[in-house]
Design a protein around this ligand. Structure first.
Ligand code: GLP
Length: 247
């Protein structure tokens, strides 16, 4: 595992965007696994800036998003499809047909999840998976649990996650209680993983994820077993790891 330290959020975003850029330049047909949440927004902004300068071409890239809230349609401002459109897709040249996000409105969630896994397999798997880190150590919406959920599934969101994500909603009661998320196996099968982490609030869970025991109670800890993980984090997020002399 590589841990790359950035001074601040802007630096973290630029370094992570550099890694994604390199992937797209070297392999224009890459399958990118994409993430939502507040942390990757700066990464998307940086990629858009370089695209506008003519440095990047996404015309042959395919994307696979990690997750989507159940019950929110693509036009709901808090749906992840809406987030991806407004923060990234509307500003670059990824063909619509190459974009994949779970359908949060699917009636048959079991079929939707199985189809999603099949689609990832048909694409040949994910070349580079971008991840954020939830306050409780979740990745995608793989919440702390008694065991690792392997494939795409309907996840029951933990109260802590609902609370954390309520900052984006007008009313905390509007936060969906369920989501469709790629499973741990799908994430772990990505050829490369890039996790972005920012802020002092994540310092403790980042240390547990990278240096604690590998346990489904800290889902991100499974990343310790992946052969090609890069963590780009700012000084605040790495503060505890640094003060414990782990880097
Ligand atoms: C959500 C997303 C995760 C994301 C997490 C952290 O729960 N499903 O993919 O990593 O939030 O979000 P933030 O970056 O806003 O802290």
């Amino acid at each position: 595992m590589k841990i790359i330290e950035a001074v601040d959020y802007k630096g973290m975003s630029r370094k992570a965007a550099n890694i994604i850029s390199a992937q797209v330049i070297l392999y224009p047909r890459s399958v990118l696994g994409l993430a939502t949440g507040s942390t990757p927004i700066g990464v998307y902004q940086q990629l858009i800036e370089w695209y506008n300068k003519g440095d990047l071409d996404f015309s042959r890239v395919c994307t696979v998003n990690l997750d989507e809230y159940c019950g929110l349609g693509p036009d709901h401002p808090q749906s992840y499809r809406y987030y991806m459109r407004t923060n990234f897709f509307d500003h670059v040249n990824i063909p619509e047909k190459n974009i994949h996000i779970p359908n949060g409105l699917a009636q048959d969630k079991t079929a939707e999840c199985a189809d999603y896994d099949r689609m990832i397999a048909v694409l040949g798997g994910i070349d580079l998976q971008l991840l954020g880190l939830g306050n409780d150590g979740h990745i995608g919406f793989n919440e702390p649990n008694g065991s690792f959920n392997k494939t795409t599934h309907r996840a029951v969101l933990k109260e802590e996650t609902i609370q954390a994500n309520s900052r984006f909603f007008n009313d905390p009661n509007e936060v969906p209680k369920y989501a469709i998320t790629m499973g741990i196996k799908s994430i772990m099968q990505a050829k490369k993983i890039l996790m972005v982490v920012s802020g002092a609030g994540k310092a403790d869970i980042l240390e547990k994820s990278l240096f604690g025991p590998v346990t489904p109670l800290v889902p991100a800890s499974i990343l310790q077993l992946h052969p090609d993980v890069t963590v780009v984090a700012d000084e605040e997020a790495l503060s505890q790891i640094r003060s414990h002399g782990l880097i």
